[in-house]
Write a new protein. Structure first.
Length: 202
């Protein structure tokens, strides 16, 4: 199952601008995307934040962050180096690090929260209503966990249609950033404590 999940993550990144921003576009492009998929997958498993739809065609990554406790370890440093050499290349890694530093500065510094990092659906799956079905299931699972933990959910996106979907899901925009390339990144929050208790549909 892990190989299939990694493939879904890999293919999803190929279809969005973030993929080109993270992956060095050279002769090793395909292998680099696969390493990106594996990196996201293993990081999600490590943080107990991997979500799969019931048809196993949708993947979500959302996990709890505690700014007071989640400090970088030597292992994290090694993983960052592997990412730089295997996925992004050194030049892109420096730009990614700078961008991530700004993104993280917009999130809470003294309180726990859930961070919704990624959602993707197998683009090759032709099942009935597969994308919307899988996305709704993943959303419901993340919302259920957030309400049970009493934690808000934070995320960000530079894709306008994704921002609109998040707004439809109950997220509010709390910050907008014009990135160096001129595009906009929207920062969103689902304020769990001020939302009605979420009841997952059976």
């Amino acid at each position: 199952m892990s190989e299939k999940t990694i493939n879904i993550i890999t293919e999803a990144f190929k279809a969005i601008p973030a993929g080109d921003q993270l992956v060095k576009q050279d002769g090793k492009r395909e292998a680099r995307y696969k390493k990106l998929g594996a990196y996201v997958y293993h990081n999600a498993v490590k943080k107990n934040g991997l979500y799969l739809s019931s048809n196993k065609e949708g993947v979500g990554v959302a996990y709890v962050i505690d700014p007071k406790k989640d400090k970088k370890t030597f292992g994290d440093f090694i993983n960052d180096l592997k990412f730089a050499f295997g996925v992004s290349g050194i030049k892109k890694a420096l730009a990614i690090s700078k961008r991530q530093k700004y993104i993280q500065s917009q999130r809470p510094k003294n309180e726990k929260y859930m961070y919704w990092e990624f959602t993707g659906v197998n683009p090759n799956y032709q099942g009935l209503d597969a994308p919307s079905f899988s996305m709704a299931e993943l959303r419901d699972d993340v919302y259920t966990d957030a309400h049970e933990r009493g934690l808000p959910i934070y995320t960000e996106t530079s894709i306008r249609k994704n921002m609109i979907v998040y707004r439809r899901y109950g997220f509010d925009i709390y910050h907008e950033w014009t990135m160096p390339d001129g595009s906009t990144m929207w920062f969103l929050k689902y304020d769990t404590l001020n939302k009605p208790k979420f009841v997952k549909k059976s």
